[in-house]
Structures are given as C-alpha cells and as structure tokens.
Write a protein that binds this ligand. Structure first.
Ligand code: F6P
Length: 342
C-alpha cells in the first residue's frame, strides 16, 4: 500500500514527530510505502510531492516545523479543486492519505472523506481548540513558551513600575492565554470567549500596583472589548478560509490602559515564537502516539476518522466530530482564573 502524508495550516511543534511515527510504523510494521505531499493541500492540488521514507525521518523528532512544509490552501475555494486532488492522488499511486492539521485542514479532510477519499486525520494546533480530543500537540509547547515569557516579564515590569501586556495566539479560543496566565500569575487574562470591559481591566491594574507589584495582562489575539465599553478595534485582511489576520489587540490595550490609568504600559507580542522551535516532551509523546495510531487506522482500512486523546488513551473519532464545533473555554474554567485577577 502507498500512503500520502501532508501537514496543513499554521505549523506546530510536534508535526515532525507525527510524520516520523507514521512512517516508522508504516514501513516496519505494515510494509507500506510513503509519498510526502508538499505544503498542505497545495501538494495534492498541484501534484507536488517529495520522497518520504525512514531516511527522510532521521533526526526530525525534536525539530519544530514540518519537513513537508505547510500552507493554508483551501482546495474547495479553487475551481475543480476536488477533481484535481483525486486525479493527482491516483497519478501518485496513493491508496490512502494521512492529513495532519487543525480546523481548516481537517475540515477539508472531512469533506473529501465524504466524497470517498481514503483519509485519516491527525489533529494539530497550538490553539488546542479542536473538539473531540482532550489536547492537541503543540499546545503544551506554546503554553510553556508563553509562561516563560510571563515569568521574565514580571521582573522587568516590577523594576520599571509599568504594566506589561502579553499578547498570545488564540484566534477563537483562549486556551493558551488561560493556561499560561494561570501558570504565570497574570493580573488578568482576556480571552475571545468573554469580551472584556476595559474599565474592569484598569481596575485590576490599579489593584496590582497598590500591592507593590506590577501587573501583567495576558490577552489572546482574538480577544475583543465588550460592546458599549468604550473601546473599538479595526479588522484586517482575510486568508483562503475567510479568517481575518489577527494581531494588534496587545498594543491597543496597552495604549488604553496607559491613557485611562496614567501608568506606563507596554505590549509584547509573542506571535510565531509560540509555534517555532523544539516541541516539549509531552508534545513529542502525544504526536508520536497520534502517528502510530493513525497508520494503524490506515492498516485497518478505517477512514474518515481522526485520532483523539481521551484521558491517556488514543481513540479514533469521526473526522466530523473533531471538526464540527470548536472547543472553547467554558465560563466555569474562566471563572477559576478570575479568582486571581487584580
Ligand atoms: O491556527 C493557529 C494559529 O496559531 C492562530 O492562533 C493564529 O491566529 C494563526 O495560527 C496565525 O498564523 P499565520 O500567521 O501563519 O497565519
């Protein structure tokens, strides 16, 4: 059997660990051959492949990024895209596909599976917002990077008696902000799920200064002010899946806090630092197990499923279950963090 592998969407620490596990178990355990598709769905769409075997996977376990490359190509937004994919898969002699991606990449996999393409999904995103799985790999690494940044910012903020706003990734879901904010002892954590009141944020800032500490405000890039609270945002350009390119809330917030409290405020945008570099041990472990189980699903001929972590077990769930709705921070989970605000 010949299996194609692709990685799509924003890259994420642990992608290479999945590829390595898929190939190692596929070759040694099942006698499969592999072909790598370049840059997410662009590979099968344009027929761009690369050799993929045990040789190509040597030494990649601790490396961030993806040896296959990635993109946000949406074949359903391209005229004749689906036919081009099925033709190119046939031309490459591919019997089954392992698609490693987040909401968008697996959303495409879901639709292709419904059209009869033999595809198995592996969930990835630093945002941890895919339903169906307790965690996605990449998230733990991102949270560790953000937490280390917050730890470092505490000391410089205190030395200068200033507010530091830390903007982290999280388009729709505030998981990175919530976990890193709790781990780093933030004065407030602002997430997309709960539009914030700038006056309440300023009150937390004042409280923290009164206790002789400097406030650290952690904000998800997708956080928004509540209507009628006197703060507005401008929106940016869109990608192939219709997502607005985010970024800028940290600066806007720092500006508003400084204007309203008179305290100096600066913003730090962690951006792609959260996605780059070596994966944490947890992410290597999770990614490896997802890869092993994904190629077993291919061997079993069980398509239209994605791997999911439930407790400590890896299970197969229908792709549609993992991509149907986003996993968001619940009010109860957010309330746990709010105990420490101010
Ligand atoms: O989808 C994961 C993510 O990290 C989001 O949190 C973020 O909005 C997006 O990627 C940004 O990625 P890029 O700059 O590659 O478009």
């Amino acid at each position: 059997m010949r299996v194609g592998v692709l990685t799509g969407g924003g890259d994420c620490p642990g992608l290479n660990a999945v590829i390595r596990a898929v190939v190692r178990k596929g070759v040694n355990g099942h006698g499969f051959e592999f072909v790598g598709f370049r840059d997410g769905w662009r590979g099968p769409l344009e027929g761009v492949t690369m050799p993929l075997g045990i040789e190509q996977c040597r030494g990649i376990l601790p490396r961030g990024g993806t040896i296959l490359g990635s993109s946000r190509t949406n074949p359903f937004a391209v005229e004749g895209g689906v036919e081009r994919i099925t033709d190119n898969l046939a031309a490459a002699g591919v019997d089954a596909l392992v698609a490693i991606g987040g909401e968008d990449t697996l959303g495409v996999a879901t639709r292709l599976a419904e059209l009869g393409v033999a595809v198995v999904g592996v969930p990835k995103t630093i945002d941890n917002d895919l339903s169906g799985t307790d965690f996605t790999f990449g998230f733990d690494t991102a949270v560790n990077i953000a937490t280390e940044a917050i730890d470092r910012l505490h000391t410089t903020a205190e030395s200068h008696h200033r507010v530091l706003v830390v903007e982290v990734m999280g388009r729709h879901a505030g998981w990175i902000a919530l976990h890193a904010g709790i781990a780093g002892g933030a004065s407030a954590v602002l997430i997309p799920e709960a539009p914030f009141d700038i006056e309440a944020v300023c009150a937390h800032v004042e409280t923290r200064f009164r206790s002789e500490y400097a406030p650290i405000i952690v904000v998800s890039e997708g956080a928004v002010p509540a209507d009628g609270t006197g703060m507005t945002l401008v929106s940016g350009e869109k990608d192939a899946f219709g997502h607005v390119r985010l970024g800028g809330i940290g600066d806007r917030l720092a500006h508003e806090i400084e204007r309203r409290t008179g305290k100096e405020a600066r913003a730090v945008v962690l951006g792609h630092i959260q996605r780059g570099g070596t994966p944490s041990a947890f992410d290597r472990w999770l990614a490896t197990r997802f890869g092993l189980q994904a190629i077993d699903a291919v061997a079993d001929g069980e398509y239209g499923v994605m791997m999911a972590l439930r407790g400590t077990s890896i299970v197969r769930v229908p792709l549609v279950e993992g991509t149907g709705a986003l996993k968001l921070v619940s009010p109860r989970e957010y309330a746990e963090a709010q105990v420490f605000f101010g």
